[in-house]
Design a protein around this ligand. Sequence first.
Ligand code: FPP
Length: 249
Amino acid sequence: MATSPNKPASLPEHVAIIMDGNGRWAKGKGLPRLAGHRQGAKSVRNAIEHARKLGIHFLTLYAFSTENWDRPEREVSGLMKLLEEYLRGETSNLVKNGIRLKVIGDVERLPSGLRNLLLHTIDVTARCTGMTLVLALSYGGRGEIVKAAVNLANRCVAGELTPQDIDEGVFESALFTCDIPDPDLLIRTSNEFRISNFLLWQLAYAELVFTEVCWPDFDASEFDRCLEEFASRERRFGRTSEQCLTKEA
Ligand code: FPP
C-alpha cells in the first residue's frame, strides 16, 4: 500500500528500523558478539514499548537478513535461540499490549522450533489492534521482488491475469507487505549509511534517518530524536513545496 501525499508529517504511521551495531557494541566492551545481540533484544523490547505508547501503528524491525545466513554458524544459531527466547518471553506481553505480530521473509528457512513459535505468536496476536510489529526474518528485498514477479507470472500462465493487468497496485499485492502501508520513516543505527537489501520497493518515499548510536544503546530518547528529525522534513512525494503547502491535488 503506497503512502498518500500531504499527510501531516508529525508522527509516522510506519517506522522501519535497521538494527545495526550489535557486534561493534560488544567488541567495544570486550564481549562476544552474541552479548551485543542479547543487549539488542532488550532494545527491541524498549523500542516496541515506546512505539506503542506514542501511537505508531506499524513498526518493522530488520532482525535477520537473507545475507545473515552467511555469518559463522555459532552466531546464526545464537541469534535463532535469542529469537526463540524473545518469543517465549514476550508473547503474553504482546497480547496484553494489543500488539499484532507479522513476519516477512523466507520463513521456511528458519529452524522449525522458531517457525512454530512464530506461527503461535502470529495466531494469538491476530486480533490485536494496538500496533502491528513486523519482524523481517530471513528477509531480502530483492528476493521478495523476485518472488512477487514469479507469483504474478504463474498467475498469468494460469490465466488468472494478463501482463496488461499488472500495475504497481497489483505488484504490491504480491509482496509480503501487501496488507501494510509503506514505511514513512527508516532509521538505521550505528553510523552506517546503507539500505542493505531492506524493503527495496516499500522504502521508495520513506524519510531516512541515520544515527551513530549502536542498536544496544538505542533508547526512548534516541527514538524521540529520530522522530523529531522526521517531523522536521517536508515530504513532497515528487510535488513542489508550494503544492504541498496549499494541499493542491
Ligand atoms: C546487526 O548488527 C544486527 C543483527 C544482524 C541482528 C539483530 C538482532 C537483534 C537486535 C536481537 C534479536 C532480535 C529480536 C527481534 C528479539 P551487527 O551484528 O551486524 O553489528 P556490527 O555491524 O557491529 O557487527
